[in-house]
Write a protein that binds this ligand. Structure first.
Ligand code: GAR
Length: 199
């Protein structure tokens, strides 16, 4: 049975699109049941609506960066009502805390544009260029209450070239992200299937 995904994003939504493309290409047995964004202008909402996926704005009660508990409780309920079984953060820029994590224990994933534990936090690709490293990449991991600290599921590496700007490096990382995220979801879903067949 296709696993039901809830997606949270704040920006363009290219990772959500990659998940959707993998579903349409039957490379991923999943269904996106709800897309939520804290940014009413985020293109991820438009992409979702174009694909006839319910898409809604999260009311963060006027907080610019904080994710208030009340808002997290509300979306936890919305995601449950939509039937979501696995939550995928796809460029979501607020820190998730207990209300959501407790509702979906070990079922919240994130994609981060660095080889964690290196460069957690914002604009990781820029941090990599500024640090002068020769290798960068992306990581899919389980979300815990820390910032980009949960157990790692999968990583992909890309070279950092001497002529790279933050933007060219981010573009190279994003190309890998679009492959890595659907693959990592597949890997996690396969573990659920193994567990349930053993029960
Ligand atoms: C992606 O590169 C993702 O890894 C990053 O934001 C971008 C969103 O792009 N996420 C983070 O930095 C989270 N800390 P998208 O909206 O096109 O998927």
């Amino acid at each position: 049975m296709a696993i039901k995904l809830g997606i949270l994003g704040s920006g363009s939504g290219s990772n959500m699109q990659a998940i959707l493309d993998a579903i349409e290409a039957t490379q991923l047995d999943a269904e996106i049941v709800l897309v939520l964004s804290d940014n009413p202008d985020a293109y991820i909402l438009e992409r979702a609506r174009k694909a006839n996926i319910p898409a809604e704005v999260i009311d963060c009660h006027g907080f610019r960066t904080k994710f208030p508990e009340k808002a997290q409780l509300h979306i936890a309920q919305q995601l449950k009502e939509a039937g979501a079984e696995l939550i995928c953060l796809a460029g979501f820029m607020r820190l998730i805390k207990q209300p959501l994590l407790d509702t979906f224990p070990d079922r919240v994933l994130n994609i981060h544009p660095s080889l964690l534990p290196a460069f957690p936090g914002l604009r990781a690709w820029e941090q990599a260029v500024n640090a002068g490293v020769s290798e960068a990449g992306c990581t899919v991991h389980f979300v815990d209450a820390g910032m980009d600290t949960g157990p790692i599921i999968a990583q992909a590496k890309v070279p950092v070239r001497p002529e790279d700007t933050a933007e060219t490096l981010h573009a190279r990382i994003q190309k890998e992200e679009h492959q890595l995220y659907p693959d990592a979801i597949n890997k996690i879903v396969a573990t659920y299937e193994t567990t349930s067949s053993q029960e």
